[in-house]
Design a binder for this molecule. Structure first.
Ligand SMILES: NC(=O)c1ccc[n+]([C@@H]2O[C@H](COP(=O)([O-])OP(=O)(O)OC[C@H]3O[C@@H](n4cnc5c(N)ncnc54)[C@H](OP(=O)(O)O)[C@@H]3O)[C@@H](O)[C@H]2O)c1
Length: 248
């Protein structure tokens, strides 16, 4: 068992699974949280095996929009301190917005998936954050900075404002809070069957580096922010977008 513990929401797939692998390599024990037990169990076993540390990653099945289920994460942490909390769960939620009722449901679904998941998990683990030295990371999106995703953009943007308050509240305890804002990242479940060859090409063309991002690109930013060299970095938004949005 490591003396450092990370909790990663949405850690069973895509960016979250890559972050889990990176943090195990950095010596953390990791709890991965998500709704699908089979996905989490497979990811936990695979990453632990690949990193040569049996049991390094453990699954916690919870829908983080449900306060009662969030308590499962608190139970899994037990009396340990949380060195790194990576709020990565989320995604775009579609819906029929032809009626006001449909519009309300669509907005609530996006706010639930992207804001409430992070707020509830962070509030639940706030007492357990290591003091001094704890790290909180919120995974936002380029959509927060340049729009394009409607309710999803607005939900991700909400994380930024909240991160600034949280950074102010936790700063005196030497706990940092930062936002990582990815651009287009291929090879995750994010786009499902929504991505087309044209959509892919358009997103790649919007970068300055001429390629899609990878989960490992985002992982590198998270590893820096939760690592020992980032103790003076808090309340910041770090874009990982290949230059698709400049300096915001
Ligand atoms: N891929 C991109 O281009 C891109 C760009 C910008 C930002 N992002 C953001 O990056 C983050 C990771 O996305 P990804 O690309 O890696 O896509 P992904 O593979 O779909 O990952 C999303 C993860 O969140 C989990 N999740 C969703 N709702 C949840 C809930 N209510 N409770 C617990 N877990 C939940 C999912 O697991 P379950 O379904 O099993 O719960 C899944 O593991 C998301 O916040 C996304 O908005 C992605």
């Amino acid at each position: 068992m490591s003396d450092r513990l990370a909790v990663i929401s949405g850690g069973g797939t895509g960016i979250g699974a890559a972050v889990a692998r990176g943090l195990v390599a950095d010596g953390f024990d990791v709890l991965v949280v998500g709704r699908r037990e089979d996905v989490l169990t497979d990811a936990a076993a695979r990453i632990s095996f690949e990193c040569g540390r049996a049991g390094a990653v453990r699954p916690v099945v919870a829908d983080l929009t449900d306060p009662d289920q969030v308590e499962r994460v608190v139970d899994a942490v037990r009396d340990r301190s949380v060195d790194a909390l990576v709020n990565n769960a989320g995604g775009y939620r579609g819906g029929d917005t032809a009626t006001l009722a449909g519009t309300a449901a669509h907005w609530r679904a996006n706010l639930d998936a992207n804001v409430l998941t992070a707020v509830l998990l962070t509030e639940a683990l706030r007492p357990a954050l290591r003091r001094p030295g704890g790290r909180v990371v919120l995974v936002s999106s380029i959509a927060a900075q340049r729009g394009g995703g409607g309710a999803y953009s607005a939900a991700k943007a909400a994380l930024h404002g909240w991160a600034y308050d949280l950074a102010a509240q936790l700063g005196p305890d030497q706990v940092t809070v930062n936002v990582v804002s990815p651009g287009y990242v291929a090879d995750t479940e994010f786009f499902g069957d929504r991505m087309t060859p044209d959509g892919h090409a358009k997103r790649v063309a919007a970068t300055l580096v001429g390629r899609a991002g990878t989960p490992d690109d985002v992982t590198a930013a998270v590893r820096y922010l939760v690592g020992p060299d980032a103790g003076y970095v808090t309340g910041q938004v770090l874009g990982v977008n290949g230059g698709s949005v400049l300096g915001r």
